[in-house]
Design a protein around this ligand. Sequence first.
Ligand code: HAS
Ligand code: CU
Length: 548
Amino acid sequence: MSDQATAAGGAERRLTGAHLLVANLALLGGILTGFLQGLEHAGFEFPASDYFLRSYYHSVSMHGVLNVLVWTTFFICGFLPFIAARAYGMPLASPRLGWVTFWVMALGLVAAAVPLVGNAATVMFTFYAPLQAHWAFYIGLTLVVVGTWLVTWRLALSQRRWRAQHPGARTPLPAFMALVTMAMWTLASVGLAASMLFLLIPWSLGLVSGTDPLLTRTLFWLTGHPIVYFWLLPAYLSWYTLVPRQAGGRLFSDPMARGSFLLFLVLSSPLGLHHQVTDPGIHEGWKLFQAFLTFAVFFPSLLTFFNVVASLESAGRARGGTGVFAWFARLPWSDPSVAAQLLAMLMFCAGGIGGLINASYNMNLIVHNTTYVVGHFHTTVGTAVTLTYMGISYWLIPHLCGRVLWSRRMALAQSWLWFAGMLIFSTALHELGLRGMPRRTMISQAAYLQPGWSGLMPWVGVGGTLLFISGCLYLLNLFLTATVSRRAEVPAPAFAEAAAPAEDAPALLGRIRPWVVVAVVMLVVAYGPTLTRLVVTSQLNVPGLRVW
Ligand code: HAS
Ligand code: CU
């Protein structure tokens, strides 16, 4: 363990801290805009002004970008290298590359943020053409993506260095998971990169007169689906390798955990068409094929469910828990880091089932573009991921700052408040979606407001307010931790030992490269014909629109 303690030494700690600072600043903007949108859905007038938020749509664009693109990406790029260094028991390769990466991402963020805040990129986080943002928005986001590739590179260099010192040994599970996550993402991001470099950037710079909305949408979703697993897998990493130990138990199976991550590597990317079921111009056969693959990518999450529940059960029983379910109550619910993540897991059970409904081809016709989808992604990225990252922050920030968490009780209250707020918020949005309420709409101004909606709309505001209060408590607690809390060495939790260790697995489960090859083949099969046809027939004749 002493190896682990020193591995993520001063340099890595500062680097991680810098990423987390940016992530949390983004979250502050994200929860503020989200709060105002929740109130708007409850019937309050949206406080548009010339100074800050010009319109409801300006707010939604900021909310989406800050929360799902910036908060997540910066958290991940700080957290995974930190974890990898501890797992390898050695400092990562080239801290300088680490800092170059951070500054590339930060520069990109500033470039994208200027037009975003200035209402010149009110195009939603999906930046669908033909809505056209200022070129700096696209270039800035592209730089952030380039930064993530550099993280992959640095992890790969570190893996090589570690491998040279440990020939024949199995890569430690947390480092393996960090690598697989970044490999999956790097492969998946080619769609977005192609869209940015060949279509959106030249178009926004005026170098070409038109673009092709369907082609840009297809390239976006090629990346836009796997991006959700880019957010999820670091949370899974924590659920597998840290939470069982924090709870006083062991990981049930290391090989099964590796297998699950490798399945994500192979299956995450070739199924983005499930976001385009209603798009014309793409053959139904390919949509159906990708719908089946979407059901396949359910499987590694089911493996995760089984493995993590079995691990937690070992912890609950070790703490004197009994019965079929009663052991769950024996887990250390008084530890805010654990409680936040357990609540995140519980919410993800609902979020995952909702995903299954979205993915059910014909059922998608009912929920698509309604607030049902908004309900879905607030239980997934908004809770499974975000509440897990919050739970991680409750040990990581004190560890990085060398100060104890300012208030454990506040952290516990915050976690439960998030869970309760989200329960209200997402239930109302799911139900409103089933009653036909469109998403991404300034709904209180809609002329077609339905009588069946009015009873539920205030609950969106109630849930949103609880979430806002919870988010503020989280940020306040961390701020006080970092500035005025008592100084002390706060150890990071050690990694969980596995009841079934890595050595039980076939050697192939210890390797990554063969699986990357399979992932590439899957991607080519699932997208090759559709993309080839779209590129060949593309007219590139649709001009940019600014409708805001
Ligand atoms: Fe999704 C739309 C399908 C998972 C995020 N999704 C979205 C959008 C976002 C998003 C942001 O097929 C909107 C994008 C936009 O703006 O248009 N989603 C799925 C499926 C899954 C899924 C099949 N989504 C996620 C995750 C996300 C996320 C994860 C973020 C992190 N989603 C869709 C589809 C759409 C969609 C369609 C398009 C909708 C449309 O028409 O626009 C699956 O991966 C889910 C699998 C999950 C499970 C749950 C396993 C449970 C676990 C918890 C363990 C619990 C424990 C505790 C241990 C099977 C692992 C329990 C203890 C006990 C004792 C019980
Ligand atoms: Cu998806």
